[in-house]
Design a protein around this ligand. Structure first.
Ligand SMILES: Nc1ncnc2c1ncn2[C@@H]1O[C@H](COP(=O)(O)OP(=O)(O)O)[C@@H](O)[C@H]1O
Ligand SMILES: [Mg+2]
Length: 347
């Protein structure tokens, strides 16, 4: 990923250790504190209550959706509500099947094992997980050659929670072993306002709903971004306005960060402008845009396009990316009606 993409204030990914630490303190710990995603929370509440009544672990849960929407947070909330411990690992950290044996065998009944980026888990590990999920058992290979045999070790009934930003990359046998599968959506502005109110209180910043709403509007529907922008505004206010935060202060602070009223930054705007001017609105192939911008096409696809598609500034057609009228307007490009049908090749 290019530097430009990594250092974005509006990146939905955690950016650094300190970013994560700051977020940690703002994390909700109970289902009541978890804002938004009402349908998911209702499903989880029922599942947890039922499981507790039967003294069983909650069903295995697969959470998918864009980064920064609360997947990791929710895994910890669920463990907390079950009165159990959450053990965390991630797909890329697991290389051999046996990497999980230690953790699986030390789980207490009803504990949660959280596997982040589960789509990046190697096949060998995946096969290890199946008997654990289905029969609460790990199969360990001992000896080799003629003496090779498999020992079955029973483990305590637990809940596996998997999180992924790429649901399409999960194999169907794995997906089929989750009792609950749910897609997290971008948050509505009212939910973001709620989250920001709580975060502001925890960070001891006093501000009205109007400036909070302005921050929410620039957060791309993403709590992680909302919290980060709030911290930028807090710093700005502390240094420039003796801590007073108004809508104007939010505007100034975030303009300084290159974040506009819709939460778009320099990279988003360059992307839109390239399609609008160089390629006259498109359709144009992703590779051509990437080459013009000097960016990696995967980065554009993962971190720039999803939000532009979401807010209707960009359309993905069979022939390539196309700017919508709203998208063009936002970057001050006039689309001439006769360019429709012009196509710039991938090459
Ligand atoms: N529903 C929510 N209510 C309040 N805060 C939230 C919510 N979802 C996410 N957050 C905040 O956003 C941050 C990022 O969430 P996280 O769970 O790490 O996202 P993901 O794992 O989906 O990338 C958390 O630290 C938390 O402060
Ligand atoms: Mg996460």
């Amino acid at each position: 990923m290019s530097l430009m993409a990594i250092e974005r204030t509006i990146s939905a990914e955690a950016q650094s250790v300190s970013d994560e630490v700051q977020n940690w303190s703002l994390r909700p710990t109970t289902l009541d504190e978890f804002v938004g995603q009402r349908d998911l929370i209702e499903r989880i509440t029922i599942a947890i209550e039922a499981a507790r009544g039967r003294n069983e672990p909650a069903e295995h849960i697969l959470l998918h959706g864009p980064p920064g929407l609360g997947k990791t947070t929710l895994a910890h909330v669920i463990a907390n509500e079950m009165g159990s411990t959450c053990y965390t690992t991630s797909g890329p950290a697991l290389t051999r099947g046996s990497d999980l044996v230690g953790t699986l065998t030390k789980l207490a009944p009803r504990d949660v094992l959280f596997i982040d980026e589960i789509h990046r888990m190697p096949v060998a590990v995946e096969e290890y997980i199946y008997p654990a999920m289905e029969d609460f058992r790990v199969d360990v290979q001992v000896d080799s050659g003629l003496n090779a045999r498999t020992v079955h070790i029973p483990i305590k009934p637990f809940t596996l929670i998997g999180a992924t930003t790429r649901a399409g990359l999960i194999t169907s046998p794995l997906r089929g072993r989750f009792g609950i599968t749910h897609h997290l959506r971008y948050y509505e502005i009212d939910d973001l306002l709620c989250i920001l109110r709580r975060s502001a209180a925890l960070l001891s910043v006093t501000l009205d709903d109007a400036p909070l709403r302005d921050i929410g509007a620039r957060s791309r529907g993403t709590p992680r971004i909302a919290n980060r922008l709030l911290r930028r505004v807090r710093d700005f206010a502390q240094v420039r306005t003796a801590g007073r935060v108004t809508s104007k202060v939010v505007e100034d602070a975030l303009t300084l960060e290159g974040v506009d009223r819709l939460g778009l930054d320099h990279l988003d705007r360059s992307y839109l402008k390239v399609i609008g001017t160089t390629y006259r609105g498109g359709p144009v192939g992703l590779e051509a845009i990437a080459a013009t911008l000097g960016e990696d096409s995967g980065t554009l696809e993962d971190v720039v396009e999803p939000y532009l598609l979401q807010i209707g500034f960009l359309a993905r057609t069979r022939r390539g990316r196309q700017l919508t009228i709203d998208g063009a307007k936002h970057v001050g490009v006039e689309l001439s009606p006769d360019t429709d049908g012009l196509f710039f090749d991938e090459s």
